[in-house]
Design a protein around this ligand. Structure first.
Ligand code: MCF
Ligand code: ZN
Length: 329
């Protein structure tokens, strides 16, 4: 079996960010909402830079208004994942977009997403889990509501809590209450850091929030003492190289630090982040990594097993997914 046909494990996928553009256009049409600014003339998501990307993401999300819209979204996203050989995917979901942080409303959205995930598993063979995510530029108060929603619904589907959004706004320590709340509810923790913020941002996320995984984290490479600290702690990086390149963090694949981080024995995984925004898929990530760094089946197998080890799901699910990976072992 070659890596092209390996079953893949993805740990870092934003649910709305994975929405195919035609899905968002279809909903906008049904609801008579004008979102033409979200797309360019070729019908692709259009943004100028990172901050504009965040705005376009929110504008696209504005057409998703009901639990049923989210159920349809889960099915559309699962279909793309399954087409790329993904057998297990952890998706970021936010109560800020699903009920405005109200726990009762969040439960309705979650029930719809969870039943769509069960349907996707039965029909497409892809297992989905949810990581409740607060949004950094919405501030610590909204993060508290998100954490309370997460704590109330922790369980088989919601397995983790995280933070994403504009790394230039606020500090990890502003969100300690929310992360403590999620941890006490038994949720596993991850934080976006070391993308638009430098190594100190990663250090703060690990030390102040106690996260076991970092979303991106690639700028740790600018401080080798931090790389060693992360390796020692066993912190896992959810690296999304295609996202970093599309947003202009690195000029080309060969300049991406993923290979250097791997050589320094950091636990590295590969994900797509917001695939249609960045014109990527898990297949394309693997192809580009092969081209840029000569990664072979052994490396792809290792990356996939690291991802499954670092997954936030229960042991029974892990064992079931591990069986699907066996031919790659
Ligand atoms: O990882 C990328 C880029 N870095 C930071 N944040 C995000 C990324 N994709 C989506 N996000 C944020 C964004 O603020 O996550 C939120 C979006 O509103 C959604 S979480 C379900
Ligand atoms: Zn992300």
């Amino acid at each position: 079996m070659s890596w092209k046909t390996y079953p893949k494990v993805e740990l870092h996928l934003h649910l709305e960010g994975a929405a195919p553009p035609q899905f968002i256009r279809g909903l906008a049409h049904e609801k008579k909402i004008d979102i033409h600014k979200v797309f360019n003339e070729r019908g692709h998501y259009a943004y100028r830079d990172f901050v504009h990307f965040l705005q376009v993401y929110e504008a696209a999300t504005s057409v998703l208004k009901t639990p049923d819209d989210y159920a349809r979204l889960v099915l559309a996203v699962a279909e793309q994942s399954a087409e790329n050989g993904v057998v297990y995917s952890e998706t970021f979901v936010s109560p800020d977009f699903c009920g405005g942080g109200d726990v009762a409303a969040w439960r309705d959205y979650l029930a719809a997403m969870q039943s769509a995930a069960a349907e996707a598993e039965a029909k497409m063979g892809v297992t989905l889990k949810g990581i409740v995510t607060c949004i950094r530029h919405f501030g610590p108060d909204m993060a508290k509501d998100a954490a309370l929603c997460a704590a109330e619904t922790a369980g088989d589907f919601i397995t983790g809590f995280g933070i994403a959004g504009d790394e230039g706004k606020g500090k990890p320590k502003d969100f300690i209450w929310s992360f403590d709340c999620a941890r006490e509810a038994g949720l596993r923790l991850t934080a976006h850091a070391g993308e638009w913020g430098g190594p100190q941002s990663v250090r703060d996320a690990v030390r102040d929030l106690g996260v076991e995984r970092i979303g991106h984290g690639v700028r740790a490479i600018e401080d080798l003492a931090l790389v060693d600290e992360l390796a020692e702690r066993g912190t896992v990086l959810e690296v999304c190289p295609g996202s970093n390149i599309a947003l202009g963090l690195y000029p080309k694949w060969q300049k991406h630090p993923i290979e250097k981080l791997r050589e320094r024995e950091l636990k590295i995984t590969v994900s797509t982040d917001d695939p249609p925004f960045f014109h990527t898929t898990m297949t394309r990530e693997f192809e580009e990594l092969e081209r840029a760094f000569g990664w072979d089946d052994e490396v792809f197998g290792q990356i996939t097993r690291t991802a499954l080890d670092a997954a936030f799901c229960d042991a029974e699910t892990k064992a079931r997914i591990a069986k699907k990976l066996e031919p790659a072992a």
